[in-house]
Design a protein around this ligand. Structure first.
Ligand code: NAI
Ligand code: MG
Length: 353
């Protein structure tokens, strides 16, 4: 069995971490008797500066024939971030109905958490971020530019279909885990979209009496994530809330270098896209010291999504064993190793599970 994978390393450290993750995934595939057929695309900010486009006009069409998309990160100084985001990442998420952004948060062995006295069992949650609408919208505008009366308006879009399907996904996921869903809201301050979100959450919660449900204002939820992470299992939030909470959660579990994510098209009618939560990290780009673990764990999520659960488990367990041994670690983990050294160590630690 062969899977066709589109690799988009992108910019900055995206290029380094995708190279290491590919080593790990190829070896895992070999050990588990399947193949990954990679096609690599140079779609990036560098390409944008040469051609004026992040990806070619038929980019989406070309990606549609793959089984999975493996993205590094896009964004580089000199190109505005909204260009890189809206020129590649967001069009892919939307064209392929990747309405779930799944961000597992786990405290892995051998990594430090800023949380005192917390164990891996207590920091084990997953953030289900809405990935297709909400606050990330192009509706709005800027007016009266250059005058004292200048203003900007940005509209949020929450549809019944969009809110319903993401909340339902969270409840279904909770049934496979600890059985608890917490909804991030802000219906005290945001008086149209958030009460709408809460209403749909309550309707769906009633359909899942076996799942414990609660809602929490996003500000209080941020505090709870730090003070009582053990009370959280599945956290569901809008595009913006989910984005912010997942960086916070990543910081609690060894930093951005450890946090993977999947942009999932649940019906499987289009390819899903897997990437690290972090960006292109221009501050450390080109130094060969980026932590490849987040990208490698994103690769494990991709293998799992493709139906290769055994290979996915093998990758996760190789990462855990290398981190627990503590001999090979990048600077963000307190070590002195390079990106390639950590990638190689994880590749070597792979065994047939
Ligand atoms: P960032 O995640 O790239 O970096 C934030 C901080 O975390 C930096 O100090 C960086 O060195 C550190 N860091 C991130 N990943 C690391 C890793 N694997 N190992 C060690 N340290 C790591 O976020 P920032 O600085 O806000 O954005 C940089 C660029 O990336 C921007 O152009 C932004 O738009 C883009 N970006 C792209 C994303 C994507 O492609 N999905 C997501 C987030 C940001
Ligand atoms: Mg983010």
């Amino acid at each position: 069995m062969d899977y066709k994978i589109a690799g988009i390393p992108g910019d900055g450290i995206g290029v380094d971490v995708v190279a290491e993750a590919r080593k790990v995934l190829d070896r895992a595939a070999e050990l588990h008797g399947f193949g990954l057929q990679w096609t690599e695309f140079d779609w990036s900010c560098e390409r944008y500066t040469q051609t004026g486009r992040m990806m070619p006009e038929d980019g989406i069409e070309r990606l549609s024939t793959f089984d999975g998309i493996f993205l590094g990160a896009v964004g580089f100084p000199g190109v505005p971030d909204y260009v890189s985001l809206w020129g590649l990442l967001i069009p892919v998420r939307r064209a392929f109905g990747q309405y779930v952004n799944l961000r597992p948060v786990r405290l892995l062995p051998g990594t430090d958490t800023v949380l005192k006295n917390r164990t891996a069992e207590e920091v084990e949650m997953v953030i289900v971020r809405e990935n297709s609408e909400g606050e990330y919208s192009t509706i709005g505008g800027r007016h009266n530019s250059g005058t004292p009366a200048e203003f900007a308006v940005q509209e949020s879009v929450f549809t019944r279909v969009g809110v319903d399907r993401i909340i339902r996904y969270a409840f279904d996921l909770a049934r496979t885990r600890a059985g608890r869903v917490c909804s991030a809201t802000k219906s005290n301050g945001i008086i149209h979209t958030m009460p709408f979100w809460d209403e749909i959450f309550a309707e769906i919660a009633a359909e899942y009496p076996d799942v414990h449900s609660e809602q929490c204002h996003v500000d209080a939820l941020a505090a709870r994530m730090v003070q009582q992470p053990d009370r959280l299992d599945v956290v569901v939030g809008s595009n913006l809330f989910g984005d912010i909470l997942s960086d916070l959660a990543a910081a609690l579990t060894g930093g951005l270098g450890m946090a993977p994510s999947g942009n999932i098209n649940p019906p499987g009618e289009y390819p899903s896209m897997f990437e690290a939560v972090h960006g292109s990290a221009p501050d450390i780009a080109g130094q060969g010291i980026a932590n490849p673990v987040a990208q490698i764990l994103a690769g494990a999520m991709m293998l799992d999504h493709l139906g290769q659960a055994g290979a996915a488990r093998a990758v996760n367990s190789a990462v855990e064993r290398v981190l627990a041994a503590g001999e090979v670690a990048t600077p963000d983990l307190g070590g002195k190793s390079t990106t390639a050294e950590l990638g190689t160590a994880i590749t070597k630690a792979l065994v047939h599970a």
